[in-house]
Design a protein around this ligand. Sequence first.
Ligand code: ZN
Length: 470
Amino acid sequence: MRYRIFLLLFIMLFVLTGCAKTAGGSDTLQPQASISAPAAFEYGEIDSILDNAGPLYTYLLYPHTGIPAIDPEITNWASQLYENAINDVTALAVTDAEAEGELNVQYNSYLLGGAYAGIEEIGSYINSGMAHSLDFFKTFNIDIAGGTLLSNDQILDASKTEEILKLISDKLIAIYPDEAGSLDGLDMALFDNIVLTHEGIKILIARGTILPTYLGPQQIGLTYEELGDAYILPDGHAVPPASSEQYPGEASGQNPGGDSATIPPPIDPNRPMVALTFDDGPSAATSRILTLLKENGGRATFCVVGNRVENYADTVSQASAQGCQVIGHSWDHKDLTKLSAESVRVELEGTADIIEAANGIRPTMYRPPYGAVNDSVKAVSQELGFSLINWNVDTLDWKTKNADKIYAAVMKDVSDGSILLCHDLYDTTADAMERVIPELVAQGYQLVTVEELLSFSQESVVPGNVYTAR
Ligand code: ZN
């Protein structure tokens, strides 16, 4: 089963790479500038593969469930996907030394009454030989008590296939009335990726699977009511969430440092200072880092991914209450240099909006994903009043995932005025901070926000400019 999906993905990569080249980059293939809904994290803890160094820039998120029979399935899927994409970019590099790619995969997880969970991975891949990105999906449906993955046959009654296909085709025709002809002879085998949600079954259809490629991917929802007795999972949606049930996002937002706002210590401009920055959160690790900062009288800057903020709004407001700075890191971690100016605008404003909704403070800075910037990104940033914050010390925590190595990387390169790059996605990063934060303080460094650090710089902070240190 898994092999077949990888094979399909490989074929799709191949076909779309070829097709994109002949399509000549037609503008009609570009998706409209918009941001996705805030992500749902109701089940599992976050795990990830990040690659900030290229040539395959990667932001690949997936959940860790703690179920022994399931985690290897998800992890293997993720690492195989990453490897396939690496191989694809490597193959491209044979004829183009500058070849690079971007793999962006995010997930939503839905918890249905504690009995079942649905996970949808939504991905896109692009390389420098493609005119537009390849969208793809992967779903996992989980029987939590049984500790197993559910097959489609356990969710939908195979003997009701005709009825289910009719529901799907009616919904597609309602959206694409001109495409009725493409929907003759629909086959349930086309729908590998179905996911359990609170409202019903969502069917994720990759670009070009059923409808013409230029129409993009489709997502069709069939409510439990519409499905009727074609839906056969016992009590799948009937069980209300138990009152003790805590979703990971909510659990992490329990004001880790307490409710009381703390008054940041005054900064002595004559003493050394550094700015710790944490990208890609918030996550459960953020709360641990906030507690460490509070205990040591330090502050940091959190560069948050917009679609994660709603689930961790309490964490964001707690960070602000502790005197930390919260800035954007785009809505969904896309490489902004590969987006249209309008899409960049939407990414930056959408993220600033949701941060402001969480903590009441509209950011005036952001960190571009991968630190990637070009003239167009700078121009949009200037127009919107954002300065861009990169770094001069990379702790490589995304690569080593090793607390000792992260600690060593900080201590080797830190100096007065540094902006340090870390990621509050990993327990290993939080583990490292248990030593890094007290040690920096012991060495006489003041732990300040980027905004504070740059306020003691010779030059004033200008929208559209990129800053890497004081
Ligand atoms: Zn990032």
